[in-house]
Design a protein around this ligand. Structure first.
Ligand code: MGD
Ligand code: MGD
Ligand code: SF4
Ligand code: MO
Length: 910
């Protein structure tokens, strides 16, 4: 029987509604929910391919696993044993070393209910505030920015403002890649009203920068100088709203005094942009009827990310671009439930429902609501400090859930060291092919998208119901359930610390006082109770209401018909005196300036079709077509000056570590800047990717690390020995087989070339023939009749071709690997080899192979349209509508539209 289940996409903070189709317990399809107010039926490439990520159980965590002795292998076990083991190890360590000797590192991808239970477990039961999340790497500067300036966390804006804004400032946000469906709404708004202006502040020329009315290609990290310079100009020209400032804000004079030093000329020169552009941007910002700023990691991931946020909010306050339709500082949330995590207070520095740990009254309120005593007043350790404390032994046990810190934290060498040192590591994961799973002493298998039920809150404070369409495979369980089961056991064991009830045995609490939940709904109801009277009051919400009436924005007080679309429309802010606060924001630069030894600035960010550590998107071969392998993007002139061309291997080295990658030249960067995508990890490379090089410097207010910028140099390693091998088959299984070999070479990279075709490239200073045999076997290349070999020792060349009938099924080349591309194309063509097998090595065979045209890059994933096809059509003067009707590109999900428009705008440059 076919079922359709209403739920949400589990990727980005847009929070699109989806309809999940399932049959016989398997997810078979997906569609955008036409009634969901975030997407009205749209989905992007990632959302559309979600069913592929949960197809099959290969690579899924299916059973609890644990090791009882250090360095032993983990063995499968049953839930009771795993849960008892986790509870008893945690209890032991807490009894021995105190509650702050344990820590929880969780995720903005958990549902609100999961998050709530973890937070209560840490703060209410263990009584440690050592619970932090990957939102520390993501949203924490936005949180401190909002709280300091407006008095409360959460954006004042809503999605409708995307349609109502007349000037849109994108600051450190690559929306076409990171928030695609919201970008569709902006595209539509601009198409309807061409007077709408887009200003983009980004050191790279992204697709939106290329399409914008103005691109301020600032030097990385200089945003504060830019915003200060803009404010200086507006004050000087009298383009600020004095009445509003007078009536509704504090601190303007301090901010004014500070920006005195930032004349447009000074600021523009710090930023490396034209003074006229800065002035024009300021005037557009101030004089537009409605200016909306959309900002993301380019502001937050900085050692002064809070100041970047505050400097931008200063501009909004000074010009009254806030609290009215189409205007305001809109922090785009990254993860699907970063907001929900903030609501339940699931971080080291906050308490439930936007309460503060340091506030005794707030602690007492939470104690009363939870029925506990003695919440810890000591702030917990934020992510970077938490891993440092694990490394130096202050924290002995850590429970990691729904995040992959050995990939995503800055300076991962430090994280690896910490996890090696830890006495006890629990990893709660849905997929096993990640860089963190090997460190688990206990692996707890989690249910994932399509299998979970609860709620999430998207970027516009809108709460949606998430529903399970199928049962989780194997023994995988919902995250809230796992946390609550351990909590119940821990409650029994820690009962001596609290008040063990008369006659109650030590061990599992038969009737849990603190964790009595039988469903996520019970958890939600408790969370709701904690919000009543707070700024995020959701007293009027329930599962039933969300299911009957659809997603709702908070606040949504009891008896309300609707949530609040826009906050602060009356000019009353959430501060004690109701006034917003200006902050003087001096420009402080980046944590690690470039110098003669490390002359390049490494910038990191996202690809269109991949999600973080790729544990999910990496399961959908189709998502590799847009960017099939890890590269480092280098400005063309910088590359030429060093004699580098596309494909040359370089080491991007910082003071902390390095990553070897092929060069990809580009005109979209300024000289001195490099870019690499954050997604690639030890699952694809011989290193852990970008974060081998990044720096763990953090913002003093938000503790958010500067993941965007590190000073690096380019080394050209001498790696003359090359291997390229490929195999057709289940790429997930092939990847699992070759991954353990990658770290053995000085360069190794896995690319997914096509559906069911995996390619491994490696390089080293000398030949490693045993490794070649290991690779041969890991790829499952044949050894008998179906292998054809050609050796030319004089030219140091070896070629192995695997056959399946008269088709090429794989190959392995060492020495001269220049023929690899031709072999790949032959496999991709799915054409039988026209002659006897051995002719493939004869001159005629080589010619036949060489004549195969290399595949061009796919721009449109849905219709498989290549860049070459689009460029040819553009060359023949096709309009956008022509392209749509002839090639079909851009007609389905629209994720490719910005790139197509860009190719049309500047065919030569692109
Ligand atoms: N496809 C895809 N979408 C995603 C995600 C994903 O993994 N893949 N992840 C989600 C998550 S969790 C997040 S947090 C968001 C992130 O969404 P974004 O923040 O929009 O994405 P990033 O690519 O990390 O960074 C945005 C831009 O910041 C620029 N930048 C770098 N340094 C600076 C600077 O100093 N100043 C300014 N102004 N700009 C700078 C980069 O060049 C980059 O283009 O995306 C969400 N959506
Ligand atoms: N250099 C650099 N580093 C960065 C960034 C950057 O821009 N540059 N961005 C940072 C940002 S903004 C973010 S948000 C982080 C993201 O970094 P991570 O949090 O490490 O990202 P994910 O790979 O999404 O990790 C989520 C994990 O949860 C697993 N999972 C999936 N579903 C479930 C489930 O239902 N339950 C459980 N328990 N597990 C599940 C997935 O398999 C995956 O391994 O990366 C940060 N790191
Ligand atoms: S924009 Fe794409 S990734 Fe984000 S929620 Fe919507 S479908 Fe998912
Ligand atoms: Mo994020």
């Amino acid at each position: 029987m076919k079922t359709v289940t209403r739920s949400t996409c589990c990727y980005c903070g847009v929070g699109c509604g989806v309809l999940i189709e399932a049959e016989h317990g398997r997810i078979t399809g997906i569609a955008g929910d036409p009634d969901h107010p975030a997407n009205f039926g749209r989905l992007c490439t990632k959302g559309r391919t979600l069913p592929l990520t949960v197809a099959g159980t290969g690579g899924r965590a299916l059973r609890p696993e644990m090791r009882t002795m250090r360095n032993a292998r983990r063995e499968s076990t049953d839930w009771d044993s795993a849960l008892d083991h986790v509870a008893s190890r945690f209890a032991q360590i807490i009894e021995r070393d105190g509650p702050d000797a344990v820590a929880f590192y969780i995720s903005g991808q958990l549902l609100t209910e999961d998050y709530y239970v973890f937070n209560k477990l840490a703060k209410g039961l263990v009584r440690t505030n050592n619970i932090d999340t990957n939102s520390r790497l993501c949203m924490s500067s936005a949180v401190t920015g909002y709280k300091k300036a407006l008095g409360a966390d959460g954006p004042p804006t809503c999605y409708e403002d995307l349609e109502l804004a007349e000037t849109v400032l994108f600051a450190g946000s690559n929306m076409p890649y990171a928030h695609p469906v919201l970008f569709r709404r902006l595209e539509d708004a601009k198409a309807k009203n061409p007077a709408v202006r887009w200003i983009v502040v980004d050191p790279r020329r992204t697709d939106v920068a290329a399409l914008a009315d103005m691109h301020l290609a600032i030097q990385p990290g200089t945003d504060v100088a830019l915003f200060n310079g803009m404010l200086h100009h507006l004050i000087w020209e009298g383009l600020i709203d004095r009445d509003f400032i007078e009536a509704h804000t504090n601190g303007f004079l301090d901010a004014k005094a500070l920006v005195r030093e930032y004349s447009p000329r000074t600021a523009a020169s710090v930023c490396g942009i034209a003074e006229e552009d800065l002035i024009r941007a300021a005037e557009w910002f101030a004089t537009s009827p409605a200016t909306l700023s959309l900002y993301c990691m380019g502001l937050n991931q900085s050692s002064h990310g809070t100041d970047k946020n505050l400097a931008l909010i200063n501009l909004h306050l000074a010009t009254r671009q806030i609290g009215k339709p189409g205007a305001g500082p809109f922090s785009l949330t990254g993860q699907p439930n970063a907001m929900g995590g903030r609501e339940v207070g699931g971080m080291a520095t906050m308490l439930a429902a936007h309460r503060d740990i340091g506030n005794a009254g707030h602690r007492a309120e939470v104690e009363a609501l939870w029925g506990v005593k003695g919440l810890s007043a000591r702030p917990g350790l934020p992510a970077v400090d938490m891993f440092d404390a694990i490394a130096d032994g202050r924290i002995k046990a850590v429970w990691i859930a729904c995040t992959n810190p050995v990939h995503s934290m800055p300076d991962i060498a430090r994280v690896r060291k910490a996890l090696e040192k830890a006495e006890f590591v629990v990893v709660q994961e849905a997929f096993v092919q990640t860089d963190t799973v090997p460190y688990a002493d206990v692996l707890l298998p989690a249910a994932t998208w399509g299998e979970k039920s609860g709620t999430v809150t998207n970027s516009e404070r809108r709460i949606s119901r998430v529903q399970a369409a199928v049962q989780a495979p194997g023994d995988a369980r919902a995250d809230w359930w796992i946390a609550a089961e351990v909590a119940r056991r821990l409650e029994g064991r820690l009962a001596s610390r609290t008040q063990r009830r008369e006659g109650e045995p030590e061990g599992i609490a038969s009737e849990s006082a603190l964790f009595p939940y039988s469903s996520p709904e019970a958890v939600f109801d408790e969370h709701r109770a904690l919000t009543i009277g707070r700024d995020l009051d959701i007293g009027g919400l329930s599962y039933a209401l969300l299911e009957d009436e659809g997603p709702k924005q908070w606040p949504f007080v009891a008896g309300a018909d609707e949530g609040l679309a826009r906050r602060y429309t009356d000019g009353v802010f959430a501060t004690a005196d109701g006034r917003a606060q200006f902050h003087p924001t001096p420009y402080l630069g980046v944590a690690e300036p470039t110098d003669a030894r490390y002359p390049f600035r490494l910038v990191t960010g996202r690809l269109r079709d991949q999600w973080h550590g790729m544990s999910r998107t990496g399961r959908a071969d189709a998502l590799f077509a847009h960017a099939p392998e890890a590269t480092v993007v280098m400005q063309r002139g910088d590359a030429t000056r060093r004699g580098l061309k596309d494909g040359d291997l370089v080491a991007v080295a910082s003071r902390r570590g390095k990553v070897v990658l092929p060069v990809e030249t580009s005109d979209d960067l300024r000289s001195g800047t490099l870019f690499t995508a954050m997604h690639w990890s030890g699952q694809y490379l011989n290193s852990g990717g970008a974060n081998e090089a990044t720096i763990a410097a953090v913002d003093p207010h938000s503790a958010q690390p500067e993941l965007k910028h590190a000073a690096v140099r380019i080394e050209v390693p001498d790696l003359p020995w090359r291997v390229v091998a490929a195999k057709r088959g289940d790429t997930l299984a092939l990847r699992a087989a070759v991954q353990p070999l990658l770290a053995e070479r000085r360069y190794a990279s896995v690319r997914i070339e096509d559906e069911n075709l995996l390619v491994v490239s490696a390089a080293d200073s000398v030949a490693h023939s045993e490794w070649v045999e290991k690779l041969h076997d890991a790829l499952g290349l044949p050894r008998g009749d179906d292998l054809l070999e050609y050796r030319d020792p004089r030219r140091g060349r070896e070629q192995r071709v695997a056959w399946s009938g008269n088709m090429l099924d794989g190959f392995l080349l060492t020495g001269d690997t220049s023929g690899a591309r031709a072999f790949i194309e032959q496999i991709r063509s799915l054409a039988p080899w026209p002659g006897p097998r051995h002719t493939i090595f004869l001159p005629g065979g080589e010619d036949a192979l060489r004549s195969l045209a290399p595949r061009a890059r796919i721009v449109c994933n849905c219709k498989q349209v290549t860049q070459t096809q689009i460029e040819q059509a553009v060359g023949a003067h096709a309009s956008f509508d022509d392209l749509k009707s002839t090639l079909g590109c851009g007609t389905v999900c629209g994720s490719c539209v910005p790139e197509i428009k860009r190719l049309m705008k500047a065919p030569a440059a692109a």
